[in-house]
Structures are given as C-alpha cells and as structure tokens.
Design a protein around this ligand. Sequence first.
Ligand SMILES: [Fe+2]
Length: 311
Amino acid sequence: MSTSLTDTARRGDRPVFDNGVSAVPVRELTPTGKFTPGLPYELFGLAPCSPAIGAEISGVDLARPLTDELHQELHRALLEWKVLFFRDQRLTPIQHRDLARWWGTPEVHPFLPKADLPEVVRLSRGADSPAVENVWHSDASFETTPPMGSILRAVHVPDVGGDTLWADMAAAYDGLPEDVRTRLEGLCAVHDFTRSFGRRLGPDDLARMQQKYPAVAHPVVRTLPESGRRLIYVNRIFTQHIEGLSGQEGRELLEFLYDQARHPEYQCRLRWRADTVAFWDNRATQHYASGDYYPHTRVMERVTILGDRPQ
Ligand SMILES: [Fe+2]
C-alpha cells in the first residue's frame, strides 16, 4: 500500500502543525546552477525581484538588434533568474519575433489568435472575453518539444490588476520532502491539450488536431541540460495523469505537485505597464496571470521559442 502524502509531510522535513498543515521548509533560496550565481553582468543593470526568481534588466533596448555578447549575457541571466523584466520596450511584432530568433525558432501556436505575424500571439481579455490564464501552468507542455521560452509584451494594461506571477519549479523541487523526491524518480506524466484548447473545437477539428498533437508523456521531474537543475514538470492545465499510478494515488500526487507553485517563497510578481516585456524560461517556471482586472481590458502579445524534448 502506498504512503499518503500527509504521512510523508509528518515524517518528512517539512514542519507540520497540530492541524496537519505542513509549511514550506525555511531554507536558503538561491539562483543556483552551473551558471555561477553572483557573477557580475557587464552589459546591463540587473535588480533581483526575489532571492531566487525574477530580475529587472535596465539599460537594454530590445528593439535594436542584439550583439552576440549581449545575447550571451542575457541568456546567462535568463538561466540564473528564470524570468527577466524589461520596461519601456516599444517593439513592433517583427522586432518581437526577431528578438525571439536569437534564442531559437519562434513557434506558430496551433490554437491562439495571431497579431499581424503568425509567430506573434495576441491575447486580448476584457468584459467580452474574461481571462483564462489565471491557472498555474507552463506554456504548451502538451507538445512533444514544448517551448523553451516565452516573451510577452504588454500592449494595453488596466490601471491596476492583471499582474503575472511566476514560480521557480526547481526551488519547488528542492523543497519537496525527501521521500516524495524518491517517489518521483522515473515517473512520467501525460500532457494533452484536449481539456483546454480542445474545448473550443468541433469534433472534426478536434480529431485532426489530436492526430497532429497526440497526448505525450514527459518526465514528472525534468533536468535542465545547461544547469543540471531538476524541477517539477507537471501543470494543472495540460497534465492529465501519471503513467502507472492508480487514479486516486496519481491524482493525489499531482495535486500535491501542482500546489507547490502556490508558495510565495518560490514566486515573483510583475506589475505590468504598457511596453513592459517579460521573458521567461518556460521549462523552469510556471506562471499565473491574475484575473482581478475584470471587466477591464488587458492586451498582450507573445512569442514562444521552440524547445527540446524534456529529459
Ligand atoms: Fe501562459
């Protein structure tokens, strides 16, 4: 018989209160990896937003072509801080797409509406189309090779509200009780678009897209090749079940893993202004866009960069 997660928390390295609630372990959170934390950045200013995730970059104009040196240093910052914020960036859709090309091939998203270019997704929310991004997720994990990164630009934002939060899923993995980490070894979970984007499709289109994007199994814990960091890679929107676990056991384990993104210790939060750009490592993080601005309007444009098969 399997061990329940409550038993795990009681026995594990998480403080547990009398009512059974377990707290996140208090420990040092650092942006660790092979990319030596604390190494200085020469080509821009960098101000961390939290101990482990999120940094605001200053002194960079993303509308101008990057240099190899600037690209390399921004890439190091992205791996170290997982999400970078840039203020006052007036990007055309072409400049937005061309920025993404420094990191790889911009994706043409199979479902979302586009802005002028096929690679630029336009996300327009308001009274007529309420937000649906207020669920923790990583973008397009239903793909065989999900995006390595997403670059999101604010076109129009409400006076207040509509913040986006990101969670560091490597820090969340590090904070798991030891025996949960052991249980996750070798497990794979199935990801599928059917219950999210598939709900908008008629039967014929759904069948066609399911053939093109069949459900795919990814490791529950993936390792980033550049840093060797291990991280939780399941999310509430696209993950369906864990292979080889019974329904209840798998659901309980997934719920526990999904909930890790909710701990503020692993998060940073961005208050948008028009022309703010956020660039996140879509492998290492999950994000959540607060829907608190309804019925006001929030318009964003996004380019995602194709990634590798999770390992
Ligand atoms: Fe997203």
